[in-house]
Write a new protein. Structure first.
Length: 298
Protein backbone atom coordinates (compact mmCIF):
# COMPACT_ATOMS: atom_id res chain seq x y z
CA UNK A 1 0.00 0.00 0.00
CA UNK A 2 1.62 3.25 -1.08
CA UNK A 3 1.32 6.79 0.25
CA UNK A 4 -0.41 7.88 -2.96
CA UNK A 5 -3.44 5.72 -2.22
CA UNK A 6 -3.63 7.03 1.33
CA UNK A 7 -3.31 10.67 0.30
CA UNK A 8 -6.23 10.30 -2.10
CA UNK A 9 -8.44 9.38 0.83
CA UNK A 10 -10.40 11.78 2.97
CA UNK A 11 -8.45 11.32 6.18
CA UNK A 12 -5.10 12.40 7.59
CA UNK A 13 -5.15 10.20 10.71
CA UNK A 14 -6.72 6.92 11.72
CA UNK A 15 -7.83 5.79 15.15
CA UNK A 16 -7.06 2.09 14.93
CA UNK A 17 -8.99 1.16 18.08
CA UNK A 18 -12.18 2.99 19.03
CA UNK A 19 -15.54 2.11 20.54
CA UNK A 20 -18.05 4.58 19.09
CA UNK A 21 -20.27 1.49 18.91
CA UNK A 22 -20.61 1.41 22.73
CA UNK A 23 -23.45 2.91 24.77
CA UNK A 24 -21.27 5.85 25.88
CA UNK A 25 -22.02 7.34 22.45
CA UNK A 26 -25.73 6.49 22.18
CA UNK A 27 -26.86 10.06 22.84
CA UNK A 28 -24.64 11.86 20.32
CA UNK A 29 -23.09 9.23 18.05
CA UNK A 30 -23.87 11.11 14.83
CA UNK A 31 -22.30 14.30 16.19
CA UNK A 32 -19.17 12.39 17.24
CA UNK A 33 -18.86 10.82 13.79
CA UNK A 34 -19.26 14.26 12.21
CA UNK A 35 -16.60 15.82 14.47
CA UNK A 36 -14.25 12.92 13.77
CA UNK A 37 -14.61 13.27 10.00
CA UNK A 38 -14.31 17.06 10.20
CA UNK A 39 -10.92 16.60 11.87
CA UNK A 40 -9.74 14.27 9.10
CA UNK A 41 -9.73 11.13 11.22
CA UNK A 42 -10.77 7.65 10.05
CA UNK A 43 -11.97 5.10 12.61
CA UNK A 44 -11.92 1.37 13.26
CA UNK A 45 -14.62 0.54 15.79
CA UNK A 46 -13.93 -2.61 17.78
CA UNK A 47 -16.57 -5.12 18.85
CA UNK A 48 -16.56 -6.57 22.36
CA UNK A 49 -19.38 -9.14 21.97
CA UNK A 50 -22.11 -10.03 19.49
CA UNK A 51 -24.25 -6.91 19.94
CA UNK A 52 -21.40 -4.41 19.89
CA UNK A 53 -19.71 -6.19 16.99
CA UNK A 54 -22.94 -5.98 15.00
CA UNK A 55 -23.21 -2.31 15.95
CA UNK A 56 -19.67 -1.62 14.74
CA UNK A 57 -20.56 -3.14 11.37
CA UNK A 58 -23.88 -1.30 11.25
CA UNK A 59 -22.17 2.05 11.80
CA UNK A 60 -19.54 1.43 9.14
CA UNK A 61 -22.09 0.18 6.59
CA UNK A 62 -24.30 3.22 7.21
CA UNK A 63 -21.38 5.61 6.68
CA UNK A 64 -20.36 3.81 3.51
CA UNK A 65 -23.92 4.08 2.21
CA UNK A 66 -23.62 7.85 2.64
CA UNK A 67 -20.54 7.81 0.42
CA UNK A 68 -17.89 7.86 3.16
CA UNK A 69 -15.07 5.32 3.17
CA UNK A 70 -13.47 6.21 6.49
CA UNK A 71 -15.22 3.96 9.01
CA UNK A 72 -14.41 0.28 9.57
CA UNK A 73 -15.14 -2.54 12.00
CA UNK A 74 -13.30 -5.29 13.83
CA UNK A 75 -15.54 -7.96 15.31
CA UNK A 76 -15.07 -10.39 18.16
CA UNK A 77 -15.46 -11.29 21.81
CA UNK A 78 -13.51 -9.35 24.43
CA UNK A 79 -12.02 -11.61 27.12
CA UNK A 80 -13.86 -9.77 29.91
CA UNK A 81 -17.13 -10.71 28.23
CA UNK A 82 -16.43 -14.45 28.54
CA UNK A 83 -17.09 -14.72 32.29
CA UNK A 84 -19.53 -12.94 34.63
CA UNK A 85 -18.02 -9.88 36.35
CA UNK A 86 -18.89 -6.35 37.38
CA UNK A 87 -16.88 -3.60 35.72
CA UNK A 88 -17.02 -0.26 37.50
CA UNK A 89 -15.89 3.30 36.83
CA UNK A 90 -12.58 2.82 38.63
CA UNK A 91 -11.73 -0.05 36.32
CA UNK A 92 -12.95 1.20 32.95
CA UNK A 93 -12.43 4.93 33.36
CA UNK A 94 -14.05 7.88 35.09
CA UNK A 95 -17.08 9.34 33.38
CA UNK A 96 -18.06 5.99 31.88
CA UNK A 97 -20.98 3.81 32.89
CA UNK A 98 -20.18 0.52 34.59
CA UNK A 99 -21.58 -2.75 33.30
CA UNK A 100 -21.89 -6.43 34.15
CA UNK A 101 -20.49 -8.99 31.71
CA UNK A 102 -22.72 -12.07 31.74
CA UNK A 103 -20.39 -14.59 30.17
CA UNK A 104 -20.77 -14.99 26.41
CA UNK A 105 -19.54 -17.86 24.25
CA UNK A 106 -17.77 -17.10 20.97
CA UNK A 107 -20.10 -18.32 18.21
CA UNK A 108 -17.99 -18.84 15.10
CA UNK A 109 -20.91 -18.98 12.66
CA UNK A 110 -22.28 -15.64 13.88
CA UNK A 111 -18.97 -13.85 13.46
CA UNK A 112 -18.14 -15.59 10.18
CA UNK A 113 -21.41 -14.32 8.72
CA UNK A 114 -20.86 -10.81 10.11
CA UNK A 115 -17.36 -10.77 8.64
CA UNK A 116 -18.73 -11.07 5.12
CA UNK A 117 -19.28 -7.31 5.13
CA UNK A 118 -16.53 -5.44 3.31
CA UNK A 119 -16.25 -2.98 6.22
CA UNK A 120 -14.83 -5.72 8.50
CA UNK A 121 -11.03 -5.49 8.62
CA UNK A 122 -10.11 -7.74 11.54
CA UNK A 123 -11.13 -10.15 14.32
CA UNK A 124 -11.12 -9.26 18.03
CA UNK A 125 -10.54 -7.81 20.43
CA UNK A 126 -9.42 -11.09 21.88
CA UNK A 127 -6.70 -12.28 24.23
CA UNK A 128 -6.38 -12.43 28.00
CA UNK A 129 -7.62 -10.12 30.75
CA UNK A 130 -6.69 -11.11 34.31
CA UNK A 131 -8.15 -8.13 36.14
CA UNK A 132 -10.94 -10.34 37.46
CA UNK A 133 -9.10 -13.56 38.34
CA UNK A 134 -11.74 -16.19 38.92
CA UNK A 135 -10.64 -19.82 39.04
CA UNK A 136 -11.66 -20.59 35.47
CA UNK A 137 -10.77 -17.29 33.81
CA UNK A 138 -7.75 -18.56 31.89
CA UNK A 139 -9.40 -21.66 30.46
CA UNK A 140 -12.55 -19.82 29.37
CA UNK A 141 -10.64 -16.91 27.84
CA UNK A 142 -8.17 -19.24 26.13
CA UNK A 143 -10.99 -21.14 24.43
CA UNK A 144 -12.54 -17.94 23.07
CA UNK A 145 -9.11 -16.63 22.05
CA UNK A 146 -8.22 -19.78 20.10
CA UNK A 147 -11.56 -19.85 18.29
CA UNK A 148 -11.07 -16.24 17.19
CA UNK A 149 -7.55 -16.97 15.99
CA UNK A 150 -8.90 -19.89 13.95
CA UNK A 151 -11.54 -17.66 12.36
CA UNK A 152 -8.95 -14.99 11.59
CA UNK A 153 -6.79 -17.67 9.95
CA UNK A 154 -9.72 -18.90 7.89
CA UNK A 155 -10.74 -15.41 6.72
CA UNK A 156 -7.16 -14.15 6.41
CA UNK A 157 -7.91 -11.20 8.65
CA UNK A 158 -5.59 -9.65 11.27
CA UNK A 159 -6.23 -10.02 14.99
CA UNK A 160 -6.87 -7.23 17.48
CA UNK A 161 -5.25 -8.37 20.72
CA UNK A 162 -6.30 -7.31 24.22
CA UNK A 163 -3.94 -7.79 27.18
CA UNK A 164 -4.40 -6.84 30.81
CA UNK A 165 -2.76 -8.26 33.88
CA UNK A 166 -4.29 -8.82 37.32
CA UNK A 167 -4.88 -6.17 39.93
CA UNK A 168 -1.86 -5.01 41.93
CA UNK A 169 -0.70 -7.62 44.42
CA UNK A 170 -2.59 -10.45 42.70
CA UNK A 171 -0.78 -13.18 40.80
CA UNK A 172 -1.94 -14.05 37.29
CA UNK A 173 -3.73 -17.41 36.92
CA UNK A 174 -0.70 -18.82 35.09
CA UNK A 175 1.96 -17.16 37.23
CA UNK A 176 3.33 -15.49 34.09
CA UNK A 177 3.00 -12.16 32.29
CA UNK A 178 -0.18 -11.77 30.28
CA UNK A 179 2.04 -10.94 27.28
CA UNK A 180 3.89 -14.25 27.66
CA UNK A 181 0.58 -16.10 27.73
CA UNK A 182 -0.72 -14.28 24.63
CA UNK A 183 2.51 -14.92 22.73
CA UNK A 184 2.40 -18.62 23.57
CA UNK A 185 -1.11 -18.99 22.14
CA UNK A 186 -0.34 -16.89 19.05
CA UNK A 187 2.80 -18.90 18.26
CA UNK A 188 0.85 -22.13 18.56
CA UNK A 189 -2.28 -21.20 16.58
CA UNK A 190 -1.95 -17.98 14.56
CA UNK A 191 -1.03 -18.09 10.88
CA UNK A 192 -1.41 -14.37 10.32
CA UNK A 193 -0.65 -11.02 11.89
CA UNK A 194 -2.31 -8.53 14.17
CA UNK A 195 -1.93 -5.73 16.67
CA UNK A 196 -1.52 -5.69 20.44
CA UNK A 197 -3.60 -2.70 21.46
CA UNK A 198 -3.07 -0.39 24.45
CA UNK A 199 0.43 -1.78 24.84
CA UNK A 200 1.87 -1.62 28.36
CA UNK A 201 4.48 -4.39 28.42
CA UNK A 202 8.27 -4.31 28.28
CA UNK A 203 10.40 -3.65 25.22
CA UNK A 204 11.59 -7.26 25.15
CA UNK A 205 7.99 -8.44 25.12
CA UNK A 206 7.21 -5.96 22.34
CA UNK A 207 10.14 -7.25 20.30
CA UNK A 208 8.80 -10.78 20.67
CA UNK A 209 5.57 -9.60 19.03
CA UNK A 210 7.49 -7.80 16.28
CA UNK A 211 9.39 -11.00 15.60
CA UNK A 212 6.15 -12.82 14.68
CA UNK A 213 4.84 -9.93 12.57
CA UNK A 214 2.58 -8.28 15.16
CA UNK A 215 2.44 -4.55 15.83
CA UNK A 216 1.63 -2.57 18.99
CA UNK A 217 -0.46 0.54 19.53
CA UNK A 218 -0.51 3.36 22.05
CA UNK A 219 -3.35 5.43 23.50
CA UNK A 220 -3.60 8.90 25.01
CA UNK A 221 -1.91 7.56 28.15
CA UNK A 222 1.45 8.37 26.54
CA UNK A 223 0.55 12.08 26.66
CA UNK A 224 0.54 12.16 30.46
CA UNK A 225 2.57 9.10 31.61
CA UNK A 226 6.26 8.56 30.97
CA UNK A 227 6.20 4.78 31.46
CA UNK A 228 6.00 4.09 27.73
CA UNK A 229 8.66 6.45 26.41
CA UNK A 230 11.45 3.89 26.16
CA UNK A 231 9.31 1.55 24.07
CA UNK A 232 7.97 4.35 21.86
CA UNK A 233 11.57 5.44 21.21
CA UNK A 234 13.12 2.02 20.65
CA UNK A 235 10.38 0.33 18.63
CA UNK A 236 10.69 0.46 14.83
CA UNK A 237 8.22 3.12 13.66
CA UNK A 238 6.74 0.73 11.09
CA UNK A 239 5.48 -1.47 13.96
CA UNK A 240 3.46 1.27 15.71
CA UNK A 241 -0.13 2.52 15.58
CA UNK A 242 -2.04 5.32 17.28
CA UNK A 243 -5.39 4.69 18.95
CA UNK A 244 -7.76 6.22 21.52
CA UNK A 245 -9.65 3.22 22.97
CA UNK A 246 -12.42 5.80 23.33
CA UNK A 247 -14.50 6.47 25.34
CA UNK A 248 -11.63 5.76 27.77
CA UNK A 249 -8.32 7.55 28.59
CA UNK A 250 -8.66 10.91 26.86
CA UNK A 251 -5.22 12.39 26.07
CA UNK A 252 -3.92 15.75 27.13
CA UNK A 253 -5.27 18.41 26.77
CA UNK A 254 -8.65 16.62 27.09
CA UNK A 255 -8.07 14.75 30.36
CA UNK A 256 -11.28 14.27 32.35
CA UNK A 257 -13.48 14.38 29.26
CA UNK A 258 -15.03 11.50 27.38
CA UNK A 259 -12.48 10.45 24.79
CA UNK A 260 -13.39 10.64 21.08
CA UNK A 261 -11.62 9.34 17.94
CA UNK A 262 -10.61 12.84 16.79
CA UNK A 263 -8.32 13.03 19.83
CA UNK A 264 -6.02 10.43 18.27
CA UNK A 265 -4.20 13.34 16.67
CA UNK A 266 -2.67 14.06 20.07
CA UNK A 267 -1.34 10.49 20.23
CA UNK A 268 0.31 10.86 16.81
CA UNK A 269 1.90 14.14 17.90
CA UNK A 270 3.17 12.66 21.14
CA UNK A 271 4.74 9.67 19.38
CA UNK A 272 6.64 12.12 17.15
CA UNK A 273 7.64 14.24 20.16
CA UNK A 274 8.91 11.28 22.18
CA UNK A 275 10.88 9.95 19.22
CA UNK A 276 12.10 13.46 18.31
CA UNK A 277 11.03 12.92 14.74
CA UNK A 278 9.18 15.07 12.24
CA UNK A 279 5.42 15.00 12.88
CA UNK A 280 4.57 14.66 9.20
CA UNK A 281 6.95 11.73 8.78
CA UNK A 282 5.37 9.98 11.77
CA UNK A 283 1.83 10.75 10.61
CA UNK A 284 2.45 9.30 7.15
CA UNK A 285 4.18 6.21 8.52
CA UNK A 286 1.36 5.46 10.96
CA UNK A 287 -1.12 5.74 8.10
CA UNK A 288 1.02 3.39 6.04
CA UNK A 289 1.18 0.96 8.96
CA UNK A 290 -2.60 0.88 9.26
CA UNK A 291 -3.04 0.47 5.51
CA UNK A 292 -0.62 -2.44 5.50
CA UNK A 293 -2.25 -4.15 8.49
CA UNK A 294 -5.90 -3.63 7.54
CA UNK A 295 -5.58 -3.57 3.75
CA UNK A 296 -7.54 -0.38 3.13
CA UNK A 297 -8.48 -0.15 -0.53
CA UNK A 298 -11.07 1.58 -2.71
Amino acid sequence: MCYRVLMEKSWNYIDTHAHVNLSAFDVDREEVIYRTREKGVAVINIGTKETTSAKAVEIAVAEKAKGFNDTFAIIGLHPIQTTPAHHDEEEIGKGTQGFVSKGEVFTTDFYRTLAQSEVVVGIGECGFDYYHCSDNVYAVQEEAFIEQIKLANELELPLMIHTRGPQKGIESPTGRSVYTDVLEVLKKYSKGKGNVHFYAGTYDEAKAFFDIGFTISFTGVITFAKDYEEIVCKAPLEFLHGETDCPYVAPLPYRGQRCEPSMVREVYKKIAEIRREDQEKVRLQLLENAARMYRFVG
